[in-house]
Design a protein around this ligand. Structure first.
Ligand code: KG4
Ligand code: ZN
Length: 393
C-alpha cells in the first residue's frame, strides 16, 4: 500500500511517501522543510507566519517527494467542476489554489492508495493549510484521505526499526505499554492499550518540556529552538570541567525539581523556568561560563523529573515497555539516562531523524489505523488544535 502523508501542525512542512506491507515499510520519500529561520526573530513559532510558509512550501515539497519516490503515473483530466471545488477548498490559503492547480495540470497522477494528514493537535492555522491541501489532492487524484493524530504519530515513530536508510520494520510490542511524549507543545504519560487505544495517565499542568527548554534558552539569550542549544552548552560544561569543580559550581545555581515527589503522574515545568528567571535577574554580569552551569543544572533538573515520573508510571500501568516520542527525545543525555536508569523496561526510542515533526510518522500511523480500524473515518476532517489522544476519532 502506497501512502502519501502530510504534516503541517507546527513549523515543519513535511511530506513522506511510504510503501507499507504487513510489518515492512519502504520509505520512498521523506521530506521535511523547516521554517525555523523564519521564526527565530519571534523567539518561537508565529502561527500566521507558519500558515503562510506552509502555503508557499507545500507544492515544492510535494514535487520533491514525488521525484524522489519515482512512482508509476497515469494521465489525469481535471473537470471544470473539480477545479471549482479545489479553488473553493484552497481559497483562504494564501494563493495556494493557483500553484496547486498549475501542478495538478502539469503532472500525471501518481499511483497512491491513501493520503494521510495531521488533523491535530497543533496550531490551527498551520493545521488547516495541510488539511485543505490534502483534501484538494484527494479530490484531484480521487484517493481516500484519513486524518491522523500528531501525538499518535510521535508514538509510532518509535516503533520503526531500520534495516538500512530506506527500509524499516514496524516492531511488534507488548501491551499495555507506556508512552512518554515530550515535545514543544506536550508532555504526557500515556497508557497504550494498543495502537489507537490510549489513556492519558499524567500530563503537564503548565508548560511542556520543550517549551521550558525554549523559554529558558530565551532567558539565557540563546536562539530558538532552545532544546539543542541548552543541551550543547550543558554538554560542553560537562566535558570541560572536572566533575568536582563542576558540582561545586552548579551548587550555587541549583534549581528545583517540581512535583518530583508528588503522588500523581503530573508534571509542572513553569516553576523551573521562573526559578531560572529570578536567578538570571540576580546575576550582575552574565558570562558564557555561568550560562553553561545554568544550562547543565536545568537539563539535569528536567531529566530527573522526567525519569522519576516515568518509573512511577511504569509501575502504575503495570508495564515493562516504554515508548518515548516527541522532539525532546533528541536530547542525548535523556536517551542515555533512560537506558541506564530505567533498566527494567524495554525502551523504544525513534531514530534521531524521526524525533522532530515529520510526515513518515503520520503515514505509519495511518497505515496502522487502517489495519486496526477504530471507527469509520467517514467524517469531515477539521483542524483540532487541542485534539487529545484519549478521544482519538
Ligand atoms: O515534536 P517537536 O519537533 O514539535 C512539537 O510538536 O512541538 O518538538 C520540538 C521541541 C522544541 O521545544 C525543541 O526545543 C525540543 O523539541 N528539542 C529538544 C532537543 N531538540 C529539540 N529539547 C531538548 N533537547 C534537545 N536536544
Ligand atoms: Zn510534534
Amino acid at each position: 500500500m502506497i501512502i502519501l502523508s502530510i504534516e503541517t501542525s507546527c513549523d515543519e512542512t513535511a511530506i513522506s511517501i511510504l510503501d507499507c506491507e504487513n510489518q515492512n515499510v519502504n520509505i520512498l520519500a521523506h521530506t521535511v522543510h523547516t521554517q525555523i529561520e523564519m521564526h527565530k526573530e519571534y523567539g518561537g513559532v508565529f502561527p500566521t507566519v507558519a500558515k503562510r510558509e506552509h502555503a508557499l512550501n507545500l507544492v515544492p515539497v510535494l514535487i520533491q517527494s514525488l521525484s524522489q519516490a519515482k512512482l508509476p503515473t497515469s494521465q489525469l483530466e481535471i473537470t471544470k467542476e473539480v477545479e471549482e471545488k479545489i479553488k473553493k477548498i484552497l481559497e483562504r490559503e494564501n494563493g495556494l489554489a493557483q500553484t496547486f492547480l498549475k501542478f495538478i495540470k502539469e503532472n500525471e497522477k501518481p499511483e497512491i492508495d491513501l493520503i494521510a494528514v495531521t488533523e491535530g493537535p497543533g496550531l490551527e492555522p498551520a493545521l488547516w493549510v495541510g488539511i485543505c491541501f490534502a483534501k484538494a489532492l484527494s479530490l484531484a487524484w480521487n484517493i481516500p484521505l484519513v486524518p491522523v493524530n500528531h501525538m499518535e504519530g510521535h508514538i509510532v515513530s518509535a516503533l520503526l526499526l531500520h534495516k538500512n536508510k530506506s527500509e524499516a520494520t514496524i516492531q511488534e510490542i507488548e501491551f499495555p505499554s507506556l508512552a512518554l511524549l515530550i515535545s514543544g507543545g506536550h508532555t504526557e504519560l500515556v497508557k497504550v492499550n494498543k495502537i489507537g487505544d490510549y489513556e492519558i495517565v499524567g500530563r503537564t499542568r503548565d508548560d511542556a518540556v520543550g517549551e521550558a527548554f525554549d523559554k529558558v534558552a530565551r532567558l539565557l539569550g540563546l536562539p530558538y529552538p532552545g532544546g539543542p542549544e541548552i543541551s550543547r552548552l550543558a554538554q560542553s560544561a560537562r566535558e570541560n570541567d572536572s566533575p568536582i569543580s563542576y558540582q561545586l559550581k552548579t551548587k550555587s545555581y541549583s534549581l528545583p525539581r517540581p512535583m518530583i515527589h508528588s503522588d500523581d503522574l503530573d508534571f509542572s515545568f513553569s516553576g523551573i523556568k521562573t526559578a531560572v528567571r529570578y536567578m538570571v535577574e540576580k546575576i550582575p554580569e552574565m558570562t558564557d561560563e555561568i550560562k553553561k552551569c545554568i544550562a547543565k543544572e536545568f537539563e539535569d533538573a528536567v531529566i530527573d523529573v522526567l525519569i522519576s515520573k516515568t518509573k512511577k508510571a511504569l509501575d502504575f500501568v503495570g508495564s515493562n515497555t516504554l515508548i518515548v516520542g516527541g522532539g525532546v527525545i533528541a536530547n542525548k543525555l535523556l536517551r542515555e539516562r533512560l537506558e541506564k536508569e530505567v533498566p527494567e523496561a524495554k525502551i523504544y526510542i525513534p531514530d534521531t531523524y524521526l524525533t522532530g515533526d515529520n510526515a513518515t510518522m503520520i503515514g505509519i500511523s495511518a497505515f496502522l489505523q487502517k489495519k486496526t480500524p477504530i471507527e469509520p473515518q467517514n467524517r469531515e476532517i477539521r483542524a483540532q488544535g487541542s485534539l487529545s489522544l484519549d478521544k482519538i476519532l
